[in-house]
Design a protein around this ligand. Structure first.
Ligand code: ADP
Ligand code: MG
Length: 257
């Protein structure tokens, strides 16, 4: 093994070339610690390699969280699971494990406005990202506009390919805004493209019986529902609006105080 006077300079150079920035920053301090604790060479190297991997993983998660466009405050710690039906709470715990993504299953969250659908799917999405998956969040109306723009620019297949890189796509509030035929068509194209390829997570205030309002044509509506439901978990949030409940609690409190 070479023994040179400028070990430090060379080590810095090589670690930089190998893009091992965490090892570069930490090897000296950890070497001192290793000497004090009489660690073996193997143990020292293991500690350094582990640190590099963990730092990279955390950076990747941070990048994917940013890229997902999920609002950070809608996470599982800020969500009161006791407010939702027991069945939903069980479903959510298991969904957060992420196996549904491997099976290309979908999640469909139904319920009144304010019942917590968006918050819940965002929270599941964040947990998926922490487990190494890629997720993308988009309000349905914006996603449809992006799809239309891509289609007009003859970039639809490119856009769909970009979306297919995400393990799960959260489409928030499907059916909230009335869509015209061309909007419905691109939305259907997206659903069909992801069918059995990657997961979709949808929130909607509209039960399936009213989905013709979204897809206009009964055949297209049936085809869309069929594809979504085929492999899916349905979360029924038939509960009172969280905002309404919070406002009522505040009112009662101010009356009694
Ligand atoms: P929806 O999408 O069903 O209309 P949201 O998820 O937007 O409802 O929830 C409305 C508001 O209430 C949000 O600010 C959300 O963070 C909050 N909220 C809803 N349910 C819960 C809950 N169980 N725990 C904590 N906050 C909640
Ligand atoms: Mg919502």
């Amino acid at each position: 093994m070479v023994k040179t006077k400028n070990t430090k300079a060379l080590l810095n150079k090589y670690l930089k070339e190998l893009f091992l920035s965490t090892m570069r920053q930490s090897y000296e301090e950890l070497a001192n610690q290793a000497r004090q604790e009489s660690l073996s060479y193997d143990q020292y190297l293991l500690t350094l390699a582990e640190l590099e991997c963990i730092t990279r993983q955390n950076k990747r998660i941070e990048r994917n969280l940013r890229d997902s466009r999920i609002s950070r405050d809608k996470n599982i710690d800020t969500f009161d699971l006791k407010r939702v039906p027991v069945k939903v709470a069980h479903q959510v715990r298991s969904l957060m494990e992420g196996d549904f993504v491997d099976h290309k299953e979908n999640i469909l969250a139904f319920g009144n406005p304010g019942s917590g659908k968006t918050h819940l799917l965002c929270a599941i999405g964040q947990e998926l990202i922490r487990k190494g998956r890629k997720v993308y969040f988009a309000p349905c109306s914006l996603l449809v506009q992006d799809l239309l723009k891509a289609k007009q620019e003859l970039q639809l297949s490119r856009f769909l390919k970009k979306m297919s890189r995400y393990d799960a796509l959260i489409i928030d509030d499907i059916g909230y805004v009335q869509q015209d035929r061309s909007e419905m068509e691109v939305l259907f194209t997206l659903l069909a493209d992801r069918y059995e390829n990657s997961s979709i997570m949808i929130t909607s205030n509209l039960p399936f019986s009213k989905w013709e309002q979204i897809f206009k044509d009964p055949m297209v509506t049936a085809a869309a529902i069929d594809r979504l439901v085929h492999h899916s978990v349905i979360l029924e949030l038939n509960i009172e609006s969280y905002r309404m409940e919070a406002a009522q609690k505040r009112k009662t409190k101010s009356r009694t105080s």
